[in-house]
Write a protein that binds this ligand. Sequence first.
Ligand code: DC
Length: 224
Amino acid sequence: MKKIIVTIDGWSSCGKSTLAKQLAKSLGYVYIDSGAMYRAITLYFLRNHIDWTEKNAVDEALDNVNLHFIYNNKSLHSEMHLNEENVEYLIRDLVVAEKVSEVATIAQVRTFAVAQQQKMGSEKGIVMDGRDIGTTVFPDAELKIFMTADILVRVERRFKEMYEKNPNVSIEEVKNNLEMRDYIDSNREVSPLRMAEDAILLNNTQLTMEEQLDFALKLVAKKL
Ligand code: DC
């Protein structure tokens, strides 16, 4: 059976990973969360007090960063491991979310992450979500989806998710973080968030999870 690459890009917290996981499961494909890689690098920089405005410091630090996705039979998806430590939970913290967009503007960081992402897609049969997957990582992908949703809906979704882990988080904090990340992600010099010319727009403000999966599966069926 023919295998394809599906890319899902879009704004922060509009459900990219939810759709990517659903799609990968339905198709028996591998799901890769590229944002987790930028988050793990940010965690490493924060923990080791790396001055990421210094080019040499970044190069040296990246030499010591090993990233792997390892499948977890309990959570049923691949989790991010940084230097053999499972950091899947830690990288979702607001402390990391506040710095990740800044770290993701650094050219060397992007080169480092993109090379690994391209390797993961070499055999196709992959769904990868992020910001530059359809434009930079896999410009020849067979199916590109660009997701968006109303900002208030996105804030509410992310707030619910974060509140479960940390009841001290406020809705303002979450809204400010999303707006800041959207701004930095779409205005950076290297690979800014853009909808690829051949991507299909999916606005899921009014859609249920089943409806968005159905929409995406129909697109896949056309490509196969
Ligand atoms: O998808 P996410 O919210 O976990 O991504 C975290 C940050 O990583 C996001 O604000 C920008 C950056 N990112 C990126 O620059 N390129 C990607 N392909 C994925 C994420």
